[in-house]
Ligand binder design. Structure first.
Ligand code: FES
Length: 98
């Protein structure tokens, strides 16, 4: 076992959970939103190497739309919809300032 240091200041976990029946973030379009945020985290000058975007399982907010949580800030974002990528980006930037 080894410890590792990374320069990441935050990690955004986004639910991409899928169910065969019933509400889920995947059914609400979370995978497309995730891919756009992930791409921005890898290529955007503000996030590159600072913010990681990671898929997660169900975060328990299925009834509110797509959900995500930012760590280590422990800030939740729910009700995300496809097309909200810029709003999520702005929200994460605001969290990093506080
Ligand atoms: S399926 Fe995404 S929060 Fe439950």
């Amino acid at each position: 076992m080894q410890t590792r240091d990374k320069e990441i200041v935050a990690q955004f976990f986004m639910c991409t959970h899928e169910r065969e029946a019933g509400e889920s973030c995947a059914a609400a379009g979370s995978l497309d939103v995730f891919k756009k945020l992930k791409n921005r985290s890898k290529t955007g000058p503000k996030w590159q190497g600072r913010v990681s975007v990671t898929k997660s399982g169900c975060l328990g907010f299925c009834h509110e739309g797509i959900a995500g949580v930012l760590y280590p800030q422990r800030k939740w974002l729910t009700g995300i919809r496809p097309g909200d990528e810029d709003n999520v980006f702005t929200w994460i930037e605001e969290q990093l300032k506080s």
